[in-house]
Structure formats: C-alpha cells, structure tokens
Design a protein around this ligand. Sequence first.
Ligand SMILES: [Zn+2]
Length: 469
Amino acid sequence: MTNSYQSGVRFAAFPDRALATVLAQWIGCQRVIYNAKVEEDRYFYRFRRNTLSLTGYQTPLDQQYSQFKDRELTPWLYDVPSQILRNGTVRWMTAKSRQFAGLSKAPVRKRAHGRQTVLITSELFRFVPDGKDGHRLILGTIAKPVGELRFRAHRPYQVPKQIVVARDAGRWFVSFSYGVASEEILRTPTELAYELNQLSDEQLEAATLGGDRGIVSNLADSAGRFYVPPAICEERKADKARYVKRQQRRLARQKSGSKRRNRTKLKIAKARAYAANCRRDFAHKVSHKLATESSKLLVFEDLKVEKMSRRAKPKLVNGKYVANGAAAKSGLNRSIREAAWGPLVTFTKYKAARRNKLVLTVPPQYTSQECSSCGHIHADNRVSQATFICQLCGYTENADINAARVIKKRGIEKLREGVTEKPKKRVAFRRKNEKSGPVRSKVLAEREVRPERAKPAQAPRNETRSPGV
Ligand SMILES: [Zn+2]
C-alpha cells in the first residue's frame, strides 16, 4: 500500500542554436563516458576469466571516469561540466544494477544515431518562476550559465530533481520525473486480487474485461468493441512510406558525410517518426480508455511480443540456403510492431495500477480456437479470419471478440485459483556466482571448496570423504 506513484511528463523543447550546440556536446560526451564504462566492464570480464580470478581480486564496479579523460586523446571531455560526465557513469551504474537484479541484460553501447539523450542533475539547471504560474528552465551553473531551454508545458508538472533532454528526428524534448501523491491509497496486485475475489461470480463477470490483440483490429474486447487507429493515420503513413523510399534513393546517390546527405537522413528520420508517434498515441488513448472505464480486472494474453517479432531464421537444406519466408515474416513483424501490442499492455498496466485496477495476463494457447460459450477447442471452429462458429454448440461470433471472451474467462479462472502476477524477474546466467564475488576459475573454486568440506561444523563423515586434500 502506498499513497504515491512515480510519474513524469515529456514536453517539446526549443533550444536556440547556441544552446542546441551545447546540448549536442553534452549528449555526445555523456554517451562517450557511458560507452567507455561498458567497454571497461567487458574488458574486465574477459580479463577476470583468464587471470584476475587467480588473484582473488574483484572486478572494479564504480562510478570513476577520470581514467577516460586525457588532455591529448580526449581533450573535448574537458569542455563539458564534470556533472555531465559523472551522470554518464550514474546511468551505466543504474543499468548494471538492473542487470544484477535480473531485470535486464548487461548494458550495451549507446549508438550515435537515433534518439539521443542526456541526464542533467539539479547542479546544472534552475527553475525560475516566470510570474505566469510557469517556470523558465535555465541550464548551466550560476557561475557558468549556458542558456534558457524554452519548453511548451502542455499539462501541469512538478519541479523535478533531474531532467532528461532528448533529441529525436530533429526535435528536442525535455522530460521531468517525480513522485505524485495519489488521491486514493494504492493497493498491491495481491491486495487487489484478494478484493476482487470477494465479488460474486456475476459481479466479477461484470467487472472484468478481456482484450485480444490482433493484426486486423489492433484490439478487440469482450464487450464487443474494436480498437483501430484512425484511417487518416494509415493514409498518411502510406504517403510517408512512399516519401521515405524516394528519399532513400536520393540518399544512395549522395556523397557520404556531405551536408545534403545529412539533411536527407533527417528528412527520412522525420517521416519515420510519424508512424512511431501514431503508434504511441494510439496505445496511450486505448490504454487510458481501458484503465478509466468501470472494469476492475483487465485481462490480456501473455504474448512474448519480442520473441514473436524476431527475424526469420535462415533455412539450410543440404548445404544450401533455401527460401525461408523472410519477406513475409518481416511483413508480419512490421504489422505486429504497428499494432503496438507491447505498449498497449505496458501502458494499461501502469495506468490501471494508479486507479486500483488489476491487469492479468493468461496463456495465449488456442484462444482463437476455443468456444467462449461451451469451451470446445477445435481448429474447425475458426471458419475464416473473421468468423467463429462453434462446431459443437453452434455459437457464432466475430473471431476476435470470441477470443477476447475466452481471454476474459481465463482471467477470471486465474483470479479464482488465487494466482496473481509475479513480478517479472529474469535471472541472469551468471547470477549464482555473483553472490560470492566474480566468477572464479575452476582451479580456485576447487581450492576454496575443499577446506570447507573438512569444516568441523559439518557432519564428521565429510572428513573421511576428502582424501584428496
Ligand atoms: Zn461452443
């Protein structure tokens, strides 16, 4: 139970030319430090396996970055405030901690293209009231001010302790993150599941909504509604796709590193950003609708979106590569991406949690073949892409709506069984050894284990079993 939650806003920002240059420099230098920490860690990992393990030394896991500053090799690192560089290591350390907690894989190098960000802590910015219930955001220290970052606050915000400035496809953004006091006391998923379980079957039936994510309609719910992005988005996306093709042909002819080529690249990035914005907008609108409606329990399929949208594997037959349907698969992958399956559920989860609603995921197997009325499962039930006719009881419904109802049924069953969502935690392969320090070589491991076996605290029969000592 808590009465606050973490929230944030992202505003469009408009740095002037001079400030944009400074910010680009900050972004680049922070990335350099981050990548250097990634490389350093990889180096020590290899080194540790070969030799460091024999000495018993631990891999340095710190936020030092002074070793990367060099008057001759990296003189430009002296041009940015040290806090910017330090925040590079802070970001790396955060990523590393997430890895240790089993929440993500090891940090990887940040690329120099695409969305670029810089984490700025309070030493380097000030919010000055502008007299019109807003603020002016001044970057830099008092001694060395850099300039004002103008931003458009399209909704209320709180003054944060740190900000992230991002540049994406030629546009600038500034994000604030802060804790927000909740109007009602927020319950944990387990508490919510307990409360929902107190409802009668009819009440629970009325309070539950199942959602089936698909390609033709991005989402169909058990109340019989379909959710698709507006048609105008599809039209514009098709226009932009043609435009991107044309610009790519131009790009191929342009001289590498030229100003015109960079301009073409930016045009392509801007056109592509449109589709991403549509996707995010759609996912936010639908998830908001689902989370603010009367339903208290929302159920989705447990789709492994990332695994489902992987590239087709090459097919090797008798030493020759044969057709593997890669084009069709990448087409499907694009459809999955455009249907925003992942964001739909991710956004719904956090929005529902703020309103004391529970989101459950259920196994996706045979949801499209099962009859939501009698439970009969057969491939023949799905007579076409759109139509479902149960071969046993004759129940007829739109195939996606039927699937959403099956999902709802499974969600209610899951709740009644008392199963709640476990926090998603993937344990890294190396986790076991991490507790006792870094991975050690076999030689050292054996040497360490043997005296332990002979410890008097253990059963005495162990002593006779270690003649090798
Ligand atoms: Zn049936």
